[in-house]
Structure formats: structure tokens, C-alpha cells
Ligand binder design. Structure first.
Ligand code: GDP
Ligand code: IMO
Ligand code: MG
Length: 427
């Protein structure tokens, strides 16, 4: 069985915990998009591990973990992450990088930082890791790929095309520092050494063998459906495709090889950075969720915006994400709540129009208010429960209502950050 783990909201849904759990039964784990904008937390062996680029399956010895072609890699950040894992005693020998992955160059992070710090209007609130500018160059066909680092002639030829253009833009548009070819060549030499132990030039063979031998592949997504470049709350999105379809383009394994797409969603919603968020709570209930759920960014430390579960965007995520089931996380955060709200529709304040399907024109989101139904809380600690039947009745009712609204089964319920704090409702 080949499974994709997709964030079904605006990121930080607990994807890494679910990936780590499912990785037990996988032979190959492939991270398919994004870069070190991701912050993925796994709690295992009484330790907390934070991953940015490296697949969350790396904690299991003997598994092959790929950083896929659809990703963008910031070399210095990658180096730091690898060193951190080695220092923790983690065996990273199973790590492989697809040579088609893109490289984030210093000018990408500089442009990202510049755009974010000078924008008066339209600030995205990016992680400033150069994600947008790296993907922009990839699409404009002036990006550098990992494989370029190992071919002096190709690199030199490419730089002769890229650099004059790049320098003109850096200087005239952004007023930023320009680069000499020699400087970039020296950097690339350093990058080649950083990646050398991990670059997998025969990745096609590895995937062909895996296919022939019917190995179990787990595709790990970063970010979430609502941050997808095509389907998210554009322009307040990231620059890649976290949706299930992204697993096919970003991994090198085609769509016919995917059996299941598991959407990870919190029992509430969080968002970091700017952009519309209809169910956002800017009151003490939002603060309570943030404090109990420890909702602070792994990559940037920013406080996450919090709000009630939004079944309107989630239904949309089921469709565009291609979800076959849901892993619902952090339901334990509601243990002390006497009531829990659930948004089933949006109402336009200007004319009373009701939306039960997600309106993709985010310009109108500022006029939308959530229509809620209220559920009774269970007011008990559920963090030690490992069987679905043992959950309190009110928790089961809440889960059943979600399944009814979303028309997709909830296969996993997570009641705490640890591997053990997981209920497999159906596998
Ligand atoms: P990701 O980016 O989707 O992998 O998620 P993050 O790691 O950014 O954020 C999820 C946070 O929630 C991490 O600190 C996890 O350890 C934690 N977490 C995951 N599942 C649960 C859960 O069911 N309950 C609680 N209380 N915490 C959880
Ligand atoms: P994981 O994988 C939450 C958000 C940023 C910003 C927008 C664009 O941990 O769920 P970017 O740096 O990608 O150009 O920023 O996307 N963002 C995330 N939010 N979790 C993430 O990753 C995110 N990666 C990017 O905050 O709003
Ligand atoms: Mg995260």
C-alpha cells in the first residue's frame, strides 16, 4: 500500500507525528515538496525531534528516506539539520536526495527577506527561507538543481545565462548585492560536498525496484492544502503543491502508484503568517487553544493564529487534496472545554448569502462570518485512551458529526504528541 500524508488545513496539523507512525510499515519515505519552511515535530524515545527537510521517517533504521525532486533545498540549513541528527545518534545512512531537487541560493533568501520587510501592503508573512524566489526561478527555468553541482560544464554554462539576468534584477529591482560567477562557483563547490554523501543519481532504479518488489511507499507532504499554490488562499500561500497530487509530481512515482491519501487535520485550525481565516478567534478562547495546544511555530517561533474547526475549508480539502481518510489530531486540547464549536457554513455580512462550499475568491473572505453549531465537551482527560470505543460519548459524537459533514472516514485519532497516544479507528 502506498500512502500520502497531506496537511489538510494551513500547515502544522501534526503531519510529522502521523508520518512517523505510518513509516513503521513503509519501506520508502519520500518528502515531495516544500523546503525548510516546514517544521515537523516527532516525539519518540522520550525525545522531541524537529525536522525541516529530512523526512520524518528517518528515525527508523533501514528505511530509505528520499528528499524528492519537488523540493527546494537550502544547503546550509540542510547541513545543520543533518549534523543535529547525527549528534543525536540517528543513523542517516538511509537518506537520499533526488538530483532533480532545486537549490535555494543566497539571493533567493535575500529577495524573500527584502520582499517581506519592505512590503507595506500584501505581506505574506513567509518563513523567509527563500521558498517563493527558488520556485519562481525553477518555473522561469533559471534555477539550479542538485545535479548541476556535479557537472562543471553544465554549471558554468547555466551561470552564464542565469547570472546576468539575476544580477540585473537584484540590482535594479531590489537594490541588493550582485554576484560574481567565481563567487557562485565557489559556493556550488561547497554545496556539492555537503550533498555528496546523499545524492542518489540512480533514483530511477531505486523507485523501479521498489515498484517491482511492491515495496510500501509513504509520501510525506509539507504545509497544507490551504497553502497550496493553486488551491490555497492565494496569494497567502506557499509556492508549491502540498495537495495529494503534489506527491506524484514531486516524488517521481506517478499517480497510479498512490493507494491512499490521508489528510491530517487538527480538531481546530491554526495558521501562521498573513491571509484570510474565517474561524479565527482573537479572543481568550483563541488564547486558550494556543496555550493548551502550544501553538508556536517550529521554524520561526511565531505565535500561531487559532480558531474553531472549519468544515467548509475541510470539505474543500477533501476534494482538492484527494483525501481518502482523515487523521484528526490534538482532540485532547479540548479536554477542558465545556463546549466546542464547529463551522458548517459561511455567511456574507453584506447580503446574508450562505456559503456551504468554499469560496475561492479570498477577497470576499473579510466579509464572511462563520455559521457555527455547538457541541458539548467531554471535560475529561483523554490523553491515555488508546481505543476508539473508550473515548467519551461526546467526543465520539463530535467525531461522527465531522465524518458526516466531510463524507470521508476518520481513520486515526491523535490524543497527544507521543507515538503511543494514537487511536487507529480503522487501518
Ligand atoms: P506538522 O508541521 O504538521 O508536522 O506539525 P508541527 O510539528 O508543526 O505541529 C504539531 C504539534 O502538535 C507538534 O508539537 C506535535 O508534537 C504536536 N502534536 C501532534 N499531535 C498531537 C496531539 O494529538 N495532541 C497534542 N496535544 N499535540 C500533538
Ligand atoms: P509545515 O510543513 C505552517 C506559511 C508561512 C506563510 C506562507 C508562505 O510545518 O506544516 P513560505 O516561507 O512558504 O513562502 O511562506 O506559508 N508556511 C507554513 N505555515 N506550516 C508550515 O509548514 C509552513 N510553511 C510555510 O507562514 O504564511
Ligand atoms: Mg509544522
Amino acid at each position: 500500500m502506498n500512502k500520502v500524508v497531506v496537511g489538510a488545513q494551513w500547515g502544522d496539523e501534526g503531519k510529522a507525528k502521523i508520518t512517523d507512525l505510518l513509516a513503521q510499515d513503509a519501506d520508502l519515505i519520500i518528502r515531495y515538496q516544500g523546503g525548510c519552511n516546514a517544521g515537523h515535530t516527532v516525539v519518540a524515545h522520550n525525545k522531541t525531534f524537529k525536522f525541516h527537510l529530512i523526512p520524518s521517517g528517518i528515525l527508523y533504521k533501514g528505511k530509505t528516506c528520499f528528499i524528492g525532486a519537488g523540493t527546494v533545498i537550502l544547503p546550509e540549513y540542510f547541513e545543520e539539520e543533518i549534523k543535529g541528527l547525527i549528534n543525536e545518534g540517528i543513523d542517516v545512512s538511509g537518506l537520499k536526495i533526488n538530483p532533480l531537487a532545486s537549490i535555494t541560493m543566497p539571493y533567493h533568501t535575500e529577495v524573500d527577506g527584502y520582499s517581506e520587510s519592505t512590503a507595506k501592503k500584501g505581506k505574506i508573512g513567509t518563513t523567509k527561507k527563500g521558498i517563493g524566489p527558488t520556485y519562481t526561478d525553477k518555473m522561469a527555468r533559471i534555477g539550479l538543481k542538485i545535479e548541476d553541482l556535479y557537472s562543471e560544464d553544465a554549471l558554468s554554462e547555466k551561470l552564464d545565462i542565469i547570472l546576468p539576468l539575476k544580477n540585473k534584477t537584484l540590482k535594479e529591482v531590489y537594490g541588493l548585492k550582485t554576484y560574481e560567477k567565481e563567487e557562485i562557483l565557489a559556493l556550488c563547490k561547497k554545496y556539492a560536498e555537503i550533498f555528496r554523501p546523499y545524492v542518489c543519481f540512480d533514483w530511477q532504479k531505486v523507485l523501479e525496484d521498489a515498484k517491482r518488489e511492491k515495496k510500501a511507499v509513504l509520501f510525506e507532504g509539507a504545509q497544507g492544502v490551504m497553502l497550496d499554490i493553486d488551491y490555497g488562499t492565494y496569494p497567502f500561500v506557499t509556492s508549491s503543491n502540498p495537495i495529494g497530487g503534489g506527491a506524484a509530481t514531486g516524488s517521481g512515482y506517478g499517480p497510479t502508484m498512490i493507494d491512499e491519501v490521508i489528510g491530517v487535520a487538527k480538531a481546530y485550525v491554526t495558521r501562521v503568517g498573513e491571509g484570510p481565516f474565517v474561524t479565527e478567534l482573537t479572543d481568550e478562547t483563541g488564547d486558550k487553544i494556543r496555550e493548551i495546544g502550544h501553538e508556536y511555530g517550529v521554524t520561526t517561533g511565531r505565535a500561531r493564529r487559532c480558531g474553531w474547526f472549519d468544515a467548509v475549508t475541510m470539505k474543500y480539502a477533501v476534494l482538492v487534496g484527494g483525501l481518502t481518510s482523515i487523521a484528526l489530531t490534538k482532540i485532547d486540547v479540548f479536554d477542558s472545554f465545556d463546549e466546542i464549536k464547529l463551522c458548517t457554513a459561511y455567511k456574507d455580512k453584506r447580503n446574508g448569502k450562505i456559503y456551504t462550499s468554499y469560496p475561492t475568491d479570498v477577497f470576499i473572505h473579510k466579509y464572511l462570518e462563520p455559521v457555527y453549531e455547538t457541541h458539548k465537551g467531554w471535560e475529561q482527560d483523554i490523553t491515555g485512551i488508546t481505543e476508539y470505543e473508550k473515548l467519551p460519548e461526546n467526543a465520539k459524537k463530535y467525531l461522527a458529526r465531522l465524518e458526516e459533514l466531510l463524507e470521508v472516514p476518520i481513520s486515526i485519532v491523535s490524543v497527544g504528541p507521543d507515538r503511543e497516544q494514537t487511536i487507529f479507528k480503522s487501518k
